[in-house]
Design a protein around this ligand. Structure first.
Ligand code: MN
Length: 515
């Protein structure tokens, strides 16, 4: 079996499942596939793509990721219920390599108050779940939910029984983010020592960041023999989020003097992955975030700058280029042809599914090149995100917009839209040109949605840079994110708003059962 000390560290990314459970971070099927392909380029080992029994939309998304990914294992989450396991098994049928991840709570508070089951019933159900899952695949992961607050003796009994039933990965979650690193490390070591058949399974951890300790807890677990870490890009996830993939991977890669294992992750894909996830979810990365924040490698203090210029290692423990900060590479301009554009798309790992999609993206590229001299990789990514928003539905399209913003006057906007091809228009006043534009759109569309978030980020530097706008709308309990990019931020804002409306009117209802 595996060597418990020197084994490779398995990186299990759950951006598409736990990350998606961040309020407001829901993704369409196409967005999930795009992120999954980036995770595959980054060489994570396992992609948890969703919770197939949660909704038809989740089922379809897991199925689509399973079909698109060849070099990673694709995983689906399931409660310890036969119907959930059937859904997970069906969704993963097309995967080159599939895994079913099943879970049931083992803490007294969860068993009594949530499941209303006695401990022995929980144990029996856990074994049944693993047995059902084994009918679909040999690659079964089991999680005792709220392990951190479970009785250690009971936890050992459950884990021993599920290993005997065929679970090959045991994932110990700190569901509520309560553990301290030394306690969590001890827990992992004790479980490995006390469970008689523990050498037949890989120990995994899933830590939440409520006290800012998710990465520290994950690393403590690795030092005590865990060989799988569940994590997310940018630390996305429920509440304060999960352990951030980039921090776990880089801590272990940078401190090979401390850790006896390493992941297979291509770290140069980390920054592109971070940007893609931030752009799709609308969850911007704070500038001082480790590894992927805009200032992570910026030296401001004079003494530091001087030191870095003389000898980089004086203040840098990692190289920016090793995590994908390749700097804004100017790739294309006004005179670049369709072929050069297509080659660059390939190099960026962007696959458009038809020649029409390439042509449409190329037309946008030409428009952009007229307004902006230098087209960077980030511009191309945004351009394709704009194009990719076709997956929602394309009921509403921007025809034209005119805004008036003058000192001493109330800002005013006139917006003309195509609603399923029919032109509609309205004008409205507002607090600013963006507010006036959104009010004008609502005047004709009357979606009844509420705006939860409006954010603008510059994609590259300079005042001619494209602004990337995220708009988050909610209606009847559903939340959607829209994106739009343009050198004119009012136009970017309107595109983003229409993208969100298209998602509201297009995609089917999706819900998250695991609250
Ligand atoms: Mn979680």
């Amino acid at each position: 079996m595996h060597d418990p000390i020197n084994d490779r560290l398995i990186v299990f990314d759950t951006t598409l499942r736990d990350g998606e459970q961040s309020p407001g971070a829901s993704m369409t099927k196409e967005e999930k596939v795009r992120i999954a392909k980036q995770l595959e380029r980054m060489r994570v080992d396992i992609i948890e793509a969703g919770f197939p029994a949660a909704s038809n939309g989740d089922f379809e998304a897991v199925k689509a990721v399973a079909a698109a990914i060849k070099d990673c294992t694709v995983c689906g989450l399931a409660r310890a219920l036969e119907k959930d396991l059937v859904q997970a098994g069906e969704a993963l049928k097309g995967a080159a390599s599939g895994r079913i991840h099943t879970f049931i709570a083992t803490s007294p508070i969860h068993m009594e108050r949530k499941l209303r089951m006695a401990p022995d019933q929980v144990l029996e159900q856990a074994v049944k779940a693993v047995t059902w899952a084994r009918q679909w695949t040999d690659n079964v992961e089991f999680s005792p939910e709220d392990a951190g607050r479970s009785d250690p003796d009971f936890l050992c009994r459950v884990l021993e029984a599920v290993i005997a039933a065929g679970a090959r990965t045991l994932n110990i979650p700190d569901t509520v983010g309560y553990s301290m690193p030394w306690q969590f490390g001890d827990l992992i070591r004790n479980l490995r020592e006390r469970i008689p058949n523990s050498d037949q399974a890989v120990f995994s951890v899933h830590c939440h960041n409520d006290l800012g300790l998710s990465v520290a807890n994950s690393l403590a677990a690795v030092l005590n023999g865990a060989r799988q870490v569940e994590c997310t890009i940018n630390g996305l996830g429920e509440r304060a989020g999960n352990a951030s993939l980039e921090e776990v991977v880089m801590a272990i890669r940078t401190r090979q003097d401390v850790f006896t294992c390493d992941s297979r992750v291509d770290t140069t894909q980390i920054v592109p992955a971070s940007r893609l996830v931030a752009s799709i979810t609308g969850f911007a990365v704070q500038p001082n975030k480790a590894i992927v924040g805009a200032n992570a490698f910026a030296h401001e203090a004079g003494i530091h700058q001087d030191g870095v210029l003389k000898y980089r290692e004086t203040y840098e423990i990692m190289r920016a280029e090793d995590v994908g900060w390749s700097a804004n590479k100017m790739v294309l301009g006004k005179h670049s042809g369709r072929n050069a554009f297509k080659v660059r798309l390939n190099e960026l790992g962007i696959e458009l599914d038809s020649e029409e999609a390439v042509n449409a993206a190329f037309a946008r590229f030409k428009d952009l090149a007229d307004k902006k001299h230098e087209i960077f990789d980030e511009d191309i990514q945004a351009l394709v995100t704009d194009e990719g928003s076709l997956d929602a539905c394309d009921r509403f399209k921007l025809v034209s917009i005119k805004v008036c913003s003058e000192t001493g006057e109330t800002p005013h906007a006139f917006v003309a839209l195509a609603d399923s091809g029919m032109e509609i228009s309205a004008d409205e006043f507002g607090g600013g040109p963006v507010d006036a534009s959104f009010r004008a759109i609502e005047k004709v569309v009357d979606s009844g949605s509420a705006l939860l978030l409006y954010s603008v980020n510059n994609i590259t530097t300079g005042t001619d840079a494209q602004g990337e706008v995220t708009v988050r709308l909610t209606r009847n309990g559903r939340i959607v994110n829209g994106q739009g990019a343009d050198t004119d931020i009012v136009v970017a804002s309107v595109k983003s708003y229409l993208n969100a409306l298209n998602k509201l009117y297009g995609a089917e209802e999706r819900a998250h059962p695991q609250a």
